[in-house]
Design a protein around this ligand. Sequence first.
Ligand code: AMP
Ligand code: ZN
Length: 481
Amino acid sequence: MSQAQLTFFNSLTRALEPFSPADPDLVRVYSCGPTVYNFAHLGNLRAYVFTDTLRRALTWKGYQVRHVINITDVGHLTSDADAGEDKMELAAAGLGKDIWEVAAFYTAAFKQNLRDLNILDPSLWSVATDHIADMIAFAERIAPDHCYEIESGLYFDVTTVPNYGSLARTVSDEGESRIDPVTGKRNPADFAIWRKSPPGEKRQMEWDSPWGKGAPGWHLECSVMSLKYLGPEPFDIHTGGIDHREIHHPNEIAQNQAYCGCNDAQPGFTGANFWMHNNFLVDRAGKMSKSAGGFTTLQSLIQRGVPPLAYRLLCLSGHYRSELEFSPEAVVAALTRLKRLVLTVRKLPLADEPGIPAQAYLNRLDAALSDDLNTPQALVALDEMLADKRLSAIDRLATLDAFDATLGLNLLTLTREALRQPPADAALTPRAIEARLDERQQARAARDFARSDAIRDGLIADGVEVMDGDPLRWEWKVKLD
Ligand code: AMP
Ligand code: ZN
């Protein structure tokens, strides 16, 4: 097979660069994981559809992948820049629950989201609170040259490393104004390595440290866990949402530089060779925020009858570096596209003979993925391959294997039933809908159009919209609001 050069956009240089791993066979990837104080919203999940696409593309290119995702169960404050309260403590207090229970519950919910989206498990889930001793040891090593202690904790002085914030590129007034002042900080961008528990206050999560009882700053965990499991030499790829390019990742880089102490020997050391960021899923209605309350979760889509893979397809239909607009219409359109794909695949007759994958389409898939994960192009190649009458049905099925392995849409196994789950609050079960549709079919066959219309109106009243002309009666318009 002709192999295209694998190319990724590196946020460090803001340019497309040829990719090859430090170790020729193994690619080491770290992805910033969720903060488990609430359900992930659909925007958060876009970040993991992106990392999964990355992972599958690397596997397609013949690499082994060691992929670590962390679980943030401590330290993330309501503002990314060290102000406000700990999100976990706040959520637990609001729910009147034990903080560990809250973390376990939302961690399990997150992992279920990933399974529903056919996102592969990482090689390792690393949980922040399992690494407190590692974080303290890391902090002790960088403290003498890079940190200072004030009343509220141990802070990192960003002027002690070269080129602080170069990943963000915008040490602008706007960036600075996002950083809330903390009394005693030397520079606005300095950030907490260790936050002391305020005197007289008992936190649910706190640990002893050389700087007093308290909890680690949020940025620390990712440096510690990524270097522990994938370093200490620069590993290959670090991922996150584009918001992390502004504060979290510049701070991780500063910590990594301090820990390495190698800037003279390795100028430009950041801890990872590629930093890759997915753009945001945006919701014009302004709901896409985990902390704002009214957000859209994967579960809320499932309850409205949208199968999770329709959301995966929506994500793949945009490039990961472009903003993607979420709307009920967009997700319903993705569902229709998914149904068409499955319908097309189902129509291909199976044969005993194994098929032969069509090289030209494998090359197109390879070229698309290699071009900075161009999934929209891969989907076009998929559509054209399935429609290519010059290929036999079994060869199309064999070619589909490669598309399924890389795009993760399960087109070979997805069932009609999985695609037409009625909303949780639907008045009718699928069986009852089938029965009414059969009745309507009979009425139409008998040319009793008044009755056929009455049955359709009855279904509409029960929230089921019937799309005429669909031979498989797949088209139920899902009402989303
Ligand atoms: P969090 O749980 O807030 O730490 O976020 C988990 C991941 O989701 C991070 O990589 C964020 O950068 C990413 N993220 C947050 N909001 C969005 C969004 N609207 N669209 C895409 N990614 C997002
Ligand atoms: Zn992180």
